[in-house]
Design a protein around this ligand. Sequence first.
Ligand SMILES: Cc1cc2nc3c(=O)[nH]c(=O)nc-3n(C[C@H](O)[C@H](O)[C@H](O)COP(=O)(O)OP(=O)(O)OC[C@H]3O[C@@H](n4cnc5c(N)ncnc54)[C@H](O)[C@@H]3O)c2cc1C
Length: 412
Amino acid sequence: MDFDLPPDDDCRRLEVRAWLDANPDPNPAELLDVGYTVPHWSPPWGIDADPIHQLIIDEELNRVGVRRPNNPIGIGWAAPTIELAGTDYQKQRFLRPIFTGEEFWCQMFSEPDAGSDLANLATRAVRDGNEYVVNGSKIWTSAGHLSKFGILIARTNLDVPKHEGISYFICPTDLPGISMTPIVDATASHSFNQVFFDDVRIPACLLVGEEGDGWRLTRITLANERVSLSSAGSLWGAGPSAEDMLELVRRSGGCDHPLVRQKLASLKCEAEVLRLNRLRTLTAQIMGRIPGAEAAIQKAMADDHGKHVMELAKEIAGASGMLVGSGPYGRLRSVIGQGPTDSRLDTEYFPDVSPIWHYGFVFSPALTLGGGTFAVQRNIIAERVLGLPRDVDVDAKKTWAEAQLGRQRSEV
Ligand SMILES: Cc1cc2nc3c(=O)[nH]c(=O)nc-3n(C[C@H](O)[C@H](O)[C@H](O)COP(=O)(O)OP(=O)(O)OC[C@H]3O[C@@H](n4cnc5c(N)ncnc54)[C@H](O)[C@@H]3O)c2cc1C
């Protein structure tokens, strides 16, 4: 493992600093044109930055508070797949507005009966001249109602095994026949949607790759979830980290409650293991190796860790944690009996307490579901890291139509 991260006078760091000094408040187009939105991409979009160079750019942008456009599915998943398998038209039309954040994207993969077993999806796309006619339904479509386009997978062939009959499309969300029903999540946000397709006509020029190649592209899309190099945020790399919580505790005068101290120490250990594991992944990439075990265990560990951070924050808040504006800082002092005893428990009294702590706690059970459930992550580790026998899929060799028939019979 190589822990020597570039020093302050590293020429790549100085270059980024000089640019940020000259452009203290860059707009998305300027950030893209200098190559800092997706530095690991080749020109014209990026600068072929290796992982260390990416880390430097991330650090420097964070230092001065410059944020990249918020378009995670567009930038992280759709763009790499379009670059890999898309037509020239698709690259020219879609990549730039994805990277500038002008066009927000969503992901239309999961269905009511196809989540972990995504290849079981039933939404149909039937070719009709220069169009595909799509019927079916997608669910858990995050931010679908805010998106201009979605990456959509649908079944174009029933008479081959389930993995082979899937195709991958770019789907404008305003096509006639598309309707969305909001799903309000546990945090009370309208974050998800169920999307219905009723004879929706998608132009054939929006098929990505070959018909029937959708499963391969889906796997590439999912693998492209960007390795978070610099962020230790407990909500999938975003939001507060264990270190943020420890800092709040330090600023509030420390903690001498033995149980809370033990839990904080244990959280610190988890965070450190995750940080070191990120560095192992980084080292593997620098040495040209494909990250193996370390990448597979990162998601499983980070999801659990995120839950632990938020659970402890709530625990430290004590009874006042039932209030929406509560967080660990102000509450910690009274929990351990050395702080203010004033009964005003709101954020006005504790202005340093961000509502993100409460939101994060309510959201955190989703961490071990989205992007592959905890059980599926452990299956991957069992099969690909430990070399254990594969999970049994009795339908793998049947055509999709035969498998459906079998399922219906067994249900009767
Ligand atoms: C916050 C969040 C955002 C999301 N955003 C999107 C989005 O934008 N677009 C989208 O398409 N989807 C999205 N999803 C859906 C997500 O991909 C699915 O929830 C996930 O794939 C699990 O599928 P499921 O919910 O159908 O659960 P199921 O697959 O039905 O799983 C139910 C339970 O069975 C277990 N299980 C299933 N298979 C196995 C197995 N082989 N071995 C052991 N246990 C198993 C699971 O671990 C789970 O506990 C999002 C989910 C969340 C939580």
